[in-house]
Structures are given as C-alpha cells and as structure tokens.
Design a protein around this ligand. Structure first.
Ligand SMILES: [Zn+2]
Ligand SMILES: [Zn+2]
Length: 561
C-alpha cells in the first residue's frame, strides 16, 4: 500500500488524459468533505463542507477547506456536485460561491432546497442544476451518473464519473439500510452495473469502517421511540439533527399515534422541516404540528417538542434549556429523547447537557441507555459487500480520520484488491489515475481555514496558539519607557497581570532581565521599538518560564522616553 510522505512536493503536470484527484477536506478528519477532480484542464468538485472546531480551537465558528490550490483556476470548475445536504458536505458552499458565484451547483431536489435556503442567508443566488438517481449529465469532460444512496438524510446520491481516464465511483456518505422509511435503498444494482463496466477508482465512505457487521435499520428504533411516547408522564422533548428527516418522521408518527401535538423549536429545525414537508420528504398529518405558543397551552402529557442541540452545541435549543437560558423550562417529569449520535469531540459537551437536564428533573433517554440511534454510515460488512460487488481496480478511502481510512483500505485489500492499488491520502495529497493505475504524485496546500464571526482565514494557527496560552497561562503586559539614546529605562516598568497567579513583587525580579536586554540591544544599535518589544518578549518569557514554570503570554509595550 502506498503511503503519503511528509516530503511530498508540488506535483508534476498531469499527463494528457490522466485524472487527478485531490481531497481538500475529509481525509484525515471527519468533516469539511471536498474532492477536486481534474481532467484535461477542467475541474469537477464533489462536495464542499465545513468542519466543526474542537476545544483547542477557541473562538472558531467553523473550519473550511483550503481553496488556495484551485483559487486561480476557479474559472475551470465545470460543476460542484453535492452528494447530500449535511453541513460537512454543503456548509462551505457559500464561501466557495463568494469567490465565483456562477459555479453550477448540482444535486438532488432536497439537497438543492437546503443549500438554496442557506445561500439566501448569505445573499447568494446560485445557479442550480437538479438531478435525480438514474440521471446522466455531462459537465465539461466529466460524464456524471447519479445513483441513489441511503443515508441519515433523504435524497443522497453517489456519483459515477466517466472521463477519458476511466470510470470513478464516489459513494458520498452512505449505508445499506434494506428497510428505509422512504423505501429508497442504496442502488446496489447500479453499483454492480458500473462494476461490470469496470470501475477504475472507487472512493468509499470510511466513517464506520472500524465497526464490524452491518449498520442496523432505522426501523429498529421504532420500539424505543414508541416506549418513550407510551410511558412519558409529562412533556417529551426530542433533540435530533435538523436534517434527519426520517428520524423526525418516526417521532411525528409516534406522536400521532399517542395523541400528542408537536412543535418544532430552533431556527434550522423549523426551516428544514418546512422545506422537507413542502417537498414531500416529511409527511405531517393534518393538525399534528402546531406553533410553539399554541403548544404551551396544552396539558403537558399531550405535547412533544422537536429541537436541535443533540451535539451539545452551546447556542442550540437543548443546550440552552439545560442551562436555563431558554423559554422552555425543563422540569420534573419531562422526558428528553436525544435521538442522535455523538460526533467525536462532542462527548464532554453532550455529557454537560445531559447533566444539566437531569438536574432540572428530566428523564434523559439517549444512545447510552436506549436504542434511540443508528448510524448513517456503512459498517465494515457493507463496505466489504460493496468491494465484492464493484470489484474496483483502484481504491481511495474517503471521509475519515487516518484510522478510519486505514480500516477501510484493509477491508478493500481483504477482498483481494492489490494493496499497491489502494491509496491512503490525507488532505492535499495528489492522487493521479493514469493508464488505469493510481499513484500519489505530490501535495498541495490544504490547511485549516478558520471562520471567526465575519472573518474568513484571518484567524491563523499562531492566533489560536495565543488564545490557548491566554486561556491556560494568562497574560502579562510589560510597559517600559525607554530612553532611545542610552537604552536605559526612564522609569521602573509597569506589569499588568491577568489570569496568572503571582505575588505582589514577583515581577520586580524581571527588571534586571529587562535592563540587560535593553543594554544589549543598545550596544547592537537596535532602537526600533517593535524590535525591542520582540527581544523583551523572548527574554521575559524565558525568565517567566524559569522562575514560575509557567508560560503566560508576555506583551511588552516599549515607549520612547
Ligand atoms: Zn452525511
Ligand atoms: Zn459526511
């Protein structure tokens, strides 16, 4: 198996009729999925998602893929294909379209409705191209065929891409639920048909590659959901992803059966369910769903609320209820049903929400104590099934951290695929398909692009490092008035300390360090205040570390006397 090497360089030019594949996101991480295909001078992009920040990335709203390697060729992009409407596949689209608004955005009806609503908030009117399973459409040299896949949002598509370099099959996110609510199963017949034709490169969802066996069917959740609706003494509050139409359909069905009225809570939930109902993906029995204020007038045992916040997101409805920062007051006898997965990294936040809700007296039913969630991704058994069905010539696992990509690669190899034709590539690694064989040929920039409120890319790794230092070590500002001619302190320096434990005169001992640095600088002829500040920062930091065994952020301010 070929492994990318850290010394990978800028790739050589792609040979005529070759196909270049670069994952700008989603390879080596769960989120911000984006794959760029290049063939004979044209580019096709599949998905453009966001990644949600972790605790070591304070103040970051979302993380985007790095567009820098294609920025000067955006005019060569023939289409942006969206496999489905999850944030980790569409969340970055507004930012890409800000750079070139008329890129044709291709997707299924529900996916396009969701992205259109999102783009409206960014005041972008996209050029939309609706496709459905079974369709075949050409975008530049890319002849695309769309196949139905089953996932935790309706209307997902896999995409077959025919080019002069061969046939690629990209599954997007998928699983093989044989009894989905909408009866729209993954098109295994289509997968097999493409396999017969000869799939030269198979890109498959690695998220659950480590999970043995087969992912359980959505319909197997019905008993647990029904149990909640049968036994809850007072209100039921259900939290779920605002895109999980089928899970919410199950909740609506249970509510109808047990004669409870339902209200949707939270902007994205209200918006998405409105879209899903309008387009016929969500079946809402007459009179079942009512506005929240109307629901509040009904007896507690006659109501259910459906809200967001299943991942402990601080601003979402459920987290705010847990923190008593929401007009819905959780009380004794309320039942909270958290009908969703735990995205890695969110464990602490979710646990905090469960604790908060429990403290107010709620009975919280979650993945850990009831069967209220199944994954949206294919497990190892399904992946092996697909490899045997498709029998691809080359394989490139996508969507996952390294361990997931590796597990998926191992599954491919276990079905007899030549290990030399299975590539594990991280973000930015260039994979070329030339004359039917894949090869890693280089690397392009694929860093984290941080969105922080109104700024995109303004927050850098070094700013994040400062934020972490501020949070963990505190800050010491040193105000030094310096005589430029002599390099001597005109007055004793002032120390302003925040978030750092110290005694009254601790910093007096830093004065000789400052004097020495200034004297040394004067001897070298350094009088520029910015340079002096840099030298002082370095030397005071060293002194602080030696003295306190801590590393507060040191901010020297040098003023000319
Ligand atoms: Zn998904
Ligand atoms: Zn995904």
């Amino acid at each position: 198996m070929s492994h990318p090497h850290p010394e990978l360089q800028k790739p050589p030019a792609l040979p005529q009729n070759g196909l270049r594949v670069i994952g700008l996101g989603g390879l080596g991480e769960i989120g911000r999925n984006m794959t760029v295909f290049e063939h004979n001078g044209s580019l096709l992009i599949v998905d453009c998602g966001v990644l949600f920040p972790e605790e070591h990335q304070p103040g970051v709203d979302v993380i985007l893929p790095d567009f820098s390697s294609i920025r000067d060729r955006l005019d060569k992009v023939v289409a942006l294909v969206l496999t489905h409407g999850h944030e980790d596949h569409i969340g970055g689209v507004p930012y890409l379209l800000k750079e070139r608004p008329d890129i044709p955005v291709v997707g299924s009806r529900l996916t396009l409705a969701l992205i259109e609503a999102k783009l409206k908030e960014h005041r972008i009117r996209p050029k939309l191209v609706e496709v459905k399973e079974g369709d075949r459409s050409k975008f530049g040299p890319f002849d695309c065929e769309f196949l139905a896949v089953n996932h935790s949002i309706p209307d997902g598509l896999a995409v077959g891409i025919r080019t002069g370099a061969g046939l690629v099959l990209h599954t997007g996110d998928f699983k093989m639920d044989q009894f989905p609510l909408d009866k729209r199963i993954t098109d295994l017949r289509g997968f097999a048909r493409l396999g017969e034709e000869g799939v030269d490169l198979f890109l498959t969802d690695s998220t659950n590659a480590e999970v043995p066996g087969f992912t359980t069917s959505e319909k197997d959740l019905s008993p647990a959901i029904d149990q909640v609706f049968r036994t809850a003494p007072r209100r039921i509050i259900v939290s779920s992803f605002a895109s999980h139409v089928h899970r919410i359909q199950q909740v609506l069905d249970a509510a109808a059966e047990h004669k409870r009225k339902v209200a949707f809570v939270g902007r994205s939930m209200v918006r998405n369910m409105g879209i899903a109902e309008q387009l016929g993906y969500l079946n809402v029995p007459q009179g079942l769903v009512v506005p929240l204020d109307q629901l509040e007038r009904l007896p507690a045992n006659k109501v259910a609320l459906v809200c967001t916040g299943s991942q402990g997101e601080p601003m979402a409805a459920l987290s705010r209820m847990a923190a008593r920062d929401h007009k819905i007051r959780i009380g004794k006898g309320d039942t909270v049903l958290m009908a969703s997965s735990v995205i890695p990294g969110n464990e602490n936040a979710i646990s905090g929400v469960i604790n908060g809700l429990t403290r107010w007296g709620a009975n919280v039913v979650h993945k850990g104590n009831a069967k209220v969630h199944v994954s949206g991704h294919a497990s190892a058994g399904e992946l092996v099934y697909c490899y045997n069905l498709v029998q691809p010539k080359n394989v490139m696992p996508v969507h996952g951290e390294w361990r997931h990509l590796q597990a998926n690669a191992d599954l491919a190899i276990s079905t007899g695929i030549d290990p030399a034709r299975v590539v594990i590539a991280e973000d930015g690694v260039v994979v070329d398909l030339v004359k039917g064989k894949v090869k890693i040929t280089g690397k392009v920039p694929a860093g984290n692009i941080y969105v922080d409120a109104q700024t995109v890319g303004g927050v850098t790794e070094s700013i994040l490092k400062d934020r972490r230092t501020l949070a963990e070590e505190g800050v010491v500002t040193v105000l030094a008035i310096v005589d430029a001619d002599t390099g001597k302190l005109a007055d004793p320096p002032d120390f302003l300390v925040r978030g750092f434990v110290h005694q009254e005169n601790d910093f007096d001992k830093a004065i000789p360090v400052i004097e020495r640095t200034l004297a040394h600088a004067a001897k070298e002829g350094i009088g520029d205040t910015l340079q002096l500040e840099q030298l002082l920062s370095r030397d005071i930091s060293r002194w602080a570390h030696k003295t306190f065994r801590r590393s507060p952020l040191i901010i020297p301010i040098v003023i000319d006397a």
